[in-house]
Design a protein around this ligand. Sequence first.
Ligand SMILES: NC(=O)c1ccc[n+]([C@@H]2O[C@H](COP(=O)([O-])OP(=O)(O)OC[C@H]3O[C@@H](n4cnc5c(N)ncnc54)[C@H](O)[C@@H]3O)[C@@H](O)[C@H]2O)c1
Length: 261
Amino acid sequence: MSFLNKVVIITGAGSGIGEGTAVHFATLSANLSLIDKNGESLHKVAEKCGSLSQTKVLEFHADVSNDEEIKQAVDNTMKEFGKIDVVVNCAGIIAYRGILDSDLLSVFDKVISVNLRSMVAMTHFAAPALIESKGCVVNISSVMARMVSKGSLPYNVSKAAVAHFTKNAAYDLAEKGVRVNSILPGPVETNILLSAGNTNEENDKLWELFATAVPLQHNINACEIAEMVAYLASDKAKSITGAEFVVDSGMILSGMPNAPK
Ligand SMILES: NC(=O)c1ccc[n+]([C@@H]2O[C@H](COP(=O)([O-])OP(=O)(O)OC[C@H]3O[C@@H](n4cnc5c(N)ncnc54)[C@H](O)[C@@H]3O)[C@@H](O)[C@H]2O)c1
């Protein structure tokens, strides 16, 4: 599989699944436009990608919850590369809130704006270029699109909405030759739990809990998600649109394990 002369935009490229996806596309010779709100980690990933094959890499230190910053990243990618073939909407955050929490509404707005609205905005701004290239979009949802857990209402609702957004956008864009799909990862050991405010100890315990609770008894590596993204972005998936791909070590089969007290 080669993405030579293809242009791939990835949000949340500074860490975890986004980082793994950027590195994977770099090994497949794609030109990259990487976006993250953490400029330092983004720069490290961009340097790593730039050192692999003949990949050209653009860095956008941007907040995907800001429409103007997304639009600028899309416009500058077009200016630099002249086209966009693939959009990977990956940036996302977890916030622990339930229906009874006093600050639920402000946290809900923030999570929705990063996890859902950013994907709508990015797909909207990139759509003309994708129509031109007959390109595609891959959205990173979550197994939580299909399950519930206590005290993670904003995250779980945002991910269910991403899966539904994917289908609606796929239907709108199918006649223009653009495909839109989503991936629902299970536990992938990244920085996401630390960023959500878990301590190092809680972080380690939670990943351990997931690894032992999922039917296949192992967490998932970010590069496995990256390989699924690349497959969906390739011509091999030319007949796939509006679909959801679950990569979860069987987590949906067994359900969400109870967190340690
Ligand atoms: N790790 C998992 O177990 C898991 C499971 C299912 C789904 N996911 C999804 O995968 C995606 C990537 O998560 P991850 O696990 O790699 O997390 P991560 O925390 O390692 O990486 C997320 C990246 O997104 C960036 N980001 C966050 N908010 C942003 C914003 N407003 N603007 C720009 N960049 C922003 C962060 O700086 C970070 O570099 C998320 O959408 C997450 O919901 C993760």
